[in-house]
Design a protein around this ligand. Sequence first.
Ligand SMILES: Cc1cc2nc3c(=O)[nH]c(=O)nc-3n(C[C@H](O)[C@H](O)[C@H](O)COP(=O)(O)OP(=O)(O)OC[C@H]3O[C@@H](n4cnc5c(N)ncnc54)[C@H](O)[C@@H]3O)c2cc1C
Length: 388
Amino acid sequence: MLNFDLSHEQQLIYSYGDSLAREFDRKYWMACAEKKAFPAEMYRKIAADGFLGLMVSERYGGSGLGMLEAALFSEGMSNNGIPMLSLVVGATMSMSPIDKFGTEAQKQRFLPDCCQGKIRFCFAITEPNAGTNTMAATTFAREQGGKFLLSGQKVFITDAGDSDYALVVTRTTPLAEVRKKSDGFTLFIVDMKAPGISLQYIPVSVQVPEKQWLVFFDNVELSPDDVLGEVGRGFELLFDSLNPERILVAAMAVGLGRFALGKAVAYAAERRLFNNVPIGAYQGLQHPLAIAKAEIEMAALMTHKAAWAYDHGVPAGEFSNMAKYYAAEAACHAVDAAIQCFGGNGFTKEYGIFDLYPLVRLFRTGPINREMLLNFIAEHVMGMPRSY
Ligand SMILES: Cc1cc2nc3c(=O)[nH]c(=O)nc-3n(C[C@H](O)[C@H](O)[C@H](O)COP(=O)(O)OP(=O)(O)OC[C@H]3O[C@@H](n4cnc5c(N)ncnc54)[C@H](O)[C@@H]3O)c2cc1C
């Protein structure tokens, strides 16, 4: 039987963003974004309220909850225009894999401090030359005398400059020597202050407080204790993180779309141009907003379904890819319809509508582009042949 009810706890998690936004609202968040300053006070508050480690086991300082709760949290924050990319790269892509696959020592060492917001992680997979084709990644950790020496480059790494650690996807066996393309990868926990790491800031036109960085690794010394999971089997861990990342980004897109629509509806009810009729009465304005609303709520449903599947051990790839694809499209449509509704004010800093567009547009490209999501649906859901 389908059950769409949320438990009392899930409702509280969903509405947390509403209460957080009373103290740290979109204006605060945008001020951080414009200064490119990490929203440290807000992050501390989220940590103090126990929301950083939603999916981390209780014995390591987390809440021991599931993907659905994490998605509801992210959606609720974004409903208020405060999407946190660092919670995706830190909380989902890094803390959860450590909780699931880390050694006892790694869990003790990193998770409690992460949950309390004392340390942050970034997640480094994208490379300048490999791009979407992760299998062609060349960042390499060479084993030598019981240690590993890491060399290579990662690009667009969110929050790398301010993070204490990075979860880095590397090859430990060259592509030419593996049986399967996804073999020979290893995930390392890398101290960002280690000798041999240098960073180059990449200015991007997306209004978020977290900065993006080009990260260079030059013979960075790592120990076997820094390996997450098993050497050569990093892709198995990675596969486990991809659906959660897609679900969280879908939840963010859904929330941001709702935020834009809420602002547009309020504005359209106030603004009167002809015969004292509010512009919100014009069907030419109503319909794009109504279409976007329908799309956003459908995307929300698929996002929740994907999260539910993940939590219940049901294969979640189909739903996660559909949710991420559709939520990004719906959010773009919602923000675009909202911009139109605001006329010239849609482009002013004061009304802050256009500022929403770059981020929702980014979700069509990253963390995975829409073409790869459609490739997945065509090949894995519909059984069509692979083109690449
Ligand atoms: C603001 C921002 C934050 C980011 N944060 C992180 C981060 O924290 N960590 C991290 O590792 N990465 C991060 N990224 C990187 C991001 O995930 C990549 O930019 C994205 O995956 C696309 O890779 P690419 O830029 O190399 O594009 P390319 O791989 O060069 O692809 C270009 C385009 O080609 C098309 N394309 C590619 N392959 C196919 C195919 N097989 N079929 C059809 N079309 C295809 C797509 O339209 C794609 O957009 C971030 C990027 C940005 C802009």
